[in-house]
Design a protein around this ligand. Structure first.
Ligand SMILES: [Zn+2]
Length: 372
């Protein structure tokens, strides 16, 4: 690879970092950049010149309505738009609910509402780019039928969006690439401003690659949890969806063919699940936790949750945990546990509707009263 090609490929890889929750095909689409070599652009640009232009471009996509729309349109073109009415209705609902949840914590969302769509991709994935441009793959809706879990995924993406991780990541990665390249290339002609802008525009519009850093991922996970607690969604869904990935061997080390879902920029699903369980414990004011489908209340074993037709026992247990955490958070634990229409309640908070394999509702309610 010539220095020119190497340089352009590096710029391409760095120029548009969209952060994907659950991985992306990390193909480096160097083709568009290499095509530009054919136009005779010579590389010898000063780092400061490139940085200034890149920053300008990022600002355009991130903060202007025109730029946001351009980015949105290019994503729709690149990934395809899925028009399934159920998927779209579900995403509309999730976005409306979460937008309120975000606004309760971070009102800046009101001046930059998300531009979102269901992309025509079959993998479980979602992405948030600059300018609050967001997409959720059709495959996500196909394989995750629980809306609370979809909200957990989208909440994570909105965490990236609200903290501007993509724009920040771009600058950092590109500046690094440019500095290294300039240092290693003493010779070279100069690139005109217009040509440089067209390179940056081209790669920004055509290329996406996941390379968020760990700090950003952890921050997005924590923010997503906060947003969820300001909606009516079950905050246990964040841990539950991670358990679902563990059960599907997504984001686990040994996943082999599924390694696609395990990019290095996302900590593995079991670790993320455990971090969410810790958040639920804190949210419950240190009263409830769960491990391997067993729920513990005040350090005493409460119940072992059974699997449902669609969820492993562990995945389902995190919904029960989320309900309990909500009850403790809002003070419903000061009221008695009762059974109403087959559902165990703590105060006015539903806790669990027993299924085959669970103990009966009254037994569960009695035990909760004894240990709560
Ligand atoms: Zn992420």
């Amino acid at each position: 690879m010539s220095l020119k090609k190497k340089f352009l490929a590096t710029v391409t890889a760095a120029a548009l970092s969209i952060s994907l929750t659950f991985g992306t095909p990390a193909t480096v689409e160097a083709a568009s950049a290499i095509d530009l070599i054919g136009t005779g652009i010579a590389i010898g640009v000063q780092a400061s010149q490139l940085n200034a232009q890149l920053n300008q471009k990022i600002k355009y996509y991130d903060t202007t309505e025109e730029g946001r729309q351009e980015l949105y349109d290019s994503f729709r073109q690149k990934y395809g738009v899925n028009n399934d009415p159920n998927y779209n209705a579900q995403l509309d609902r999730v976005m409306a609910n979460l937008t309120k949840g975000v606004a309760a914590i971070d009102p800046t969302i009101n001046s930059k509402p998300y531009l979102y769509f269901v992309s025509n991709q079959n993998t479980i994935n979602a992405a948030c780019s600059m300018g609050h441009v967001m997409m959720v793959n059709a495959g996500t809706f196909k394989k995750i039928t629980n809306e609370d879990e979809i909200a957990a995924i989208v909440g994570h993406e909105m965490g990236h969006g609200q903290r501007n991780h993509v724009a920040k990541g771009n600058k950092k990665h590109l500046q690094k690439a440019v500095t290294a390249q300039i240092a290693g290339t003493a010779i070279g002609a100069s690139v005109g401003g217009g040509a440089l802008t067209s390179i940056i525009t081209q790669v920004a519009l055509n290329h996406s690659v996941a390379h968020g850093d760990r700090k950003h991922e952890t921050e997005a996970d924590l923010l997503g949890f906060e947003y969820m607690t300001h909606t009516n969604y079950n905050p246990g869904a964040c841990a539950a969806v991670m358990q679902r990935f563990v059960d599907m061997e997504i984001g686990s080390k040994q996943s082999g063919a599924m390694a696609f879902f395990n990019p290095s920029d996302h900590p593995d699903s079991a670790k993320r699940r455990d971090a969410y369980v810790k958040k639920l414990y804190e949210y419950s004011r240190n009263h409830v936790t769960a491990k391997n489908a067993v729920i513990t209340v005040n350090n005493k074993t409460f119940i072992k949750v059974a699997a449902s037709s669609d969820m492993s026992a562990a995945e389902r247990s995190y919904f029960v945990l989320g309900n309990l955490a909500s009850a403790y958070h809002s003070g419903q634990n000061t009221y008695a546990a009762t059974v109403q229409n087959g559902t165990v309640m703590l105060g006015n908070q539903p806790i669990i509707a027993p299924l085959e394999g669970d103990e009966d509702a009254q037994t569960i309610a009695d035990r909760l009263n004894a240990i709560k």
